[in-house]
Structure formats: C-alpha cells, structure tokens
Design a protein around this ligand. Structure first.
Ligand code: PHE
Length: 361
C-alpha cells in the first residue's frame, strides 16, 4: 500500500470519528488523537526527515492538506455541536410567559397592609400627608421630648425593649409608639402641620389583643386655632369612612397621656360572641386609639412656640382596626405567617383600597 493510500485511509477514519463525536469533549479527543503533538498525522510529519528533498516536498504538501481538511472538519463539527447544545438549553429553559399564574401560588396582601392602605387613603382625602420616623429611637424622642421625664410612672406602662447601654450611659430603644414622629416632624416642618405617620411599634407584651410588635398610625395637626372640636370631628369622620357605615358606636373616655392635655381615649362598640368580633353589636368595647391636645411642653421640645400654635394628636392601633373590621379574633395570628390564615383573611393584590371604588370591596 502506498503512503498516499494509507494517508487517505487515515483521513477517512478521522472524518468518520469526527462526525460520530457526540459532544465537544469527544470531539477534542479525536483532535488530539490525529492532530495532537503525538497524534497520528503529526507522527507522519516526523517521518518527512527521512525522505529525499523531492519526495519530502510532495509528501509535505499532501500531509498539510490532510491536516487542513481535518481541521476544517473539526471546526464545522464543533459549530454544529455548539448549536445543538444551545438549542437544547433554550428548549429546556423555555418559559411560556403567556401562561396564567398558578392560582395556588398567588400571594395575598396581609390584612395589616390592607388596613394601613385604607387608613392612608382616608386621611389623604382629609388633606394629611404621610411622615416617617425610625424604629430604633433615643430616649429623647420616645420619652423626654414627649413630656415623659426619666422617673415618670408612664414609662412603666410602655414595656420598653432596650438595647445595651453605651459607655456614656445612653441606651437606644425600640420605639413603643409612633408619637416620636411628632417631634421629628416638628423639627423638620414649620406649622401649619397636618401629618399621619403609620408604622411598626414594639412592646414587651403578649395576649389575644397584644403582641410584642404591632402597628399604629399617629396623627399630628398644628395650626393657630386647632381645637378639641376638630379632633372629635376628624375621629368621627375617620371611623365612619373606615367602617363604611354611619352607625359605628364610639365612646370618648377622659384619659391621661403626658404628651396631651386634655386627653381622651376612643373605644368602639363590639361583640366577641362565638369566637368572632363584630362591630356595632353586643355591649363590649375595644379601645382603638389615644388622643388629645398637644401638651405645650411637647411643642416647645419640637421648637414650636405654644403661645402662637396649638394642635391635636392621636395614635390609632392599626391591628385593632383590622380585627374589628374584618372579624379577626386573635391578634397573635397576625404575626404567625400561617399560609392558611393568610388565605382566609388576606386580600388580593388587585384590591387597592380607594374611597371612590370602596375601601374593602
Ligand atoms: N402614643 C399613645 C400610645 O401609644 C397614643 C397617643 C398618641 C395618645 C397621640 C395621644 C396622642 O398609647
């Protein structure tokens, strides 16, 4: 057999193996086998030295051609394999974006979030804007500026979560109410002021109507002649709008808060029969808010002259509102993240509360 025939056979075998390679790795093995440093074609190249010049030139040309032929075959097989791998990947990862969402995966809006939105919607309509403050507070904002000095007995009622003491004796704390936002707002805005501040608050307490974390919405209105009549009217309008009825029974009770004078608390009439809360029935009452006329010391702490300005403030329990409106008996379940509970009491993400379209509809 001539060298020529042998070479052709070798190239034929190589092409067959290249075509049969099913992935890039197999293809690479074929390449090494024939074209690698110790490959079969390379071995023939090494033989060239033994030939005389005339033969060597001719043999070299033929070998080079064979080599190029194999390189081309490998390159085109590689391209085909890569294309196939990409197609397989795309087919496997294909997403049909036109498919509807799986109903069992659809999330729901927590009743607290929903009620929060309802409350914001109502007060926005009354001309209030939304303010914010930090969860981690200093003693000054949570107590002192609100007319609660260090030894004041009201501090004990707050069951405060404290952080470790700093070297200078100062201790940060988790805010026990949204009232510190009153002070932050007075520091950053000039009166007239009309804000609400919904947010999370923290107290070391737990029973069916108390949890260590809960939500309040603070309101602060300051103007030259704001009085108790404005406060009472606003609360009545709020309750009617929120409970979506004219006949909510509210009870205004004289009370005491260091940061308001005079102060009153508001209870809503409800019944707890059969493990359900119902508004406007029975003869039980659930306290939903504390309120009053802002104490002059608080205005002063916020840098506002009490001889020129006066106003009212209140703090409503958002979770309490949710319990009453949606008949949810145990507050602790709000924070259990139990999917079955959420499905039962949650709201569709498309149910955005608006006054025009209905709050809870
Ligand atoms: N901060 C009070 C509380 O948490 C509520 C309140 C706010 C009372 C504003 C009066 C005025 O109980």
């Amino acid at each position: 057999m001539s060298g020529q025939d042998e070479l052709q056979e070798l190239v034929g075998a190589a092409i067959g193996e290249i075509e049969a390679a099913e992935d890039i790795r197999a293809l690479d093995e074929v390449r090494v086998k024939y074209l690698g440093k110790k490959g079969l074609v390379s071995a023939q190249m090494k033989e060239l030295g033994k030939l005389d010049p005339e033969q060597r030139r001719e043999r070299g040309r033929v070998l080079n051609e064979a080599r190029q032929q194999l390189e081309k075959a490998i390159a085109s097989r590689r391209a085909a394999l890569e294309k196939r791998a990409l197609e397989e990947k795309l087919a496997k990862e294909r997403v049909d974006v036109t498919l509807p969402a799986r109903p069992e995966r659809a999330g729901v809006v927590h009743p607290v979030s929903h009620v929060w939105e309802e409350v914001v919607e109502i007060f926005a309509d009354l001309g209030f804007s939304v303010a914010e403050g930090p969860h981690i507070e200093t003693d000054w904002y949570n107590f002192e500026a609100l007319n609660i000095p260090p030894e004041h007995p009201a501090r004990q009622e707050h069951d405060t979560f404290y952080f470790h003491e700093k070297e200078d004796g100062a201790r940060k704390l988790l805010r026990t109410h949204t009232s510190p936002v009153q002070i932050h707002t007075m520091e950053t805005q000039q009166p007239p002021i009309r804000i609400i501040a919904p947010g999370r608050v923290f107290r070391c307490d737990s029973d069916p109507t108390h949890t260590p974390v809960f939500h309040q919405v603070e309101a602060l209105v300051i103007d030259r002649d704001t009085h108790m009549g404005h406060l009472k009217w606003t609360l009545e309008e709020f309750c009617k709008a929120f409970f979506e009825t004219e006949n909510v029974k509210m009870r205004f009770r004289a009370s005491h808060f260091p940061f308001t004078e005079p102060s009153m608390e508001v209870d809503i009439n409800c019944s707890w029969e059969g493990g359900q809360v119902k508004v406007g029935e029975g003869d039980d009452w659930l306290e939903i808010l504390g309120s009053g006329m802002v104490h002059p010391n608080v205005l002063r702490a916020g840098g506002i002259d009490p001889d020129e300005w006066q106003g009212y403030a209140f703090g409503i329990g958002i979770d309490r509102l949710a319990m009453l409106k949606y008949g949810i008996p145990d507050l602790r379940a709000f924070f259990d993240a139990d999917i079955r509970w959420l499905k039962h009491y949650g709201f569709s993400a498309l149910q955005i509360p608006t006054l025009a379209g209905g709050l809870s509809a």
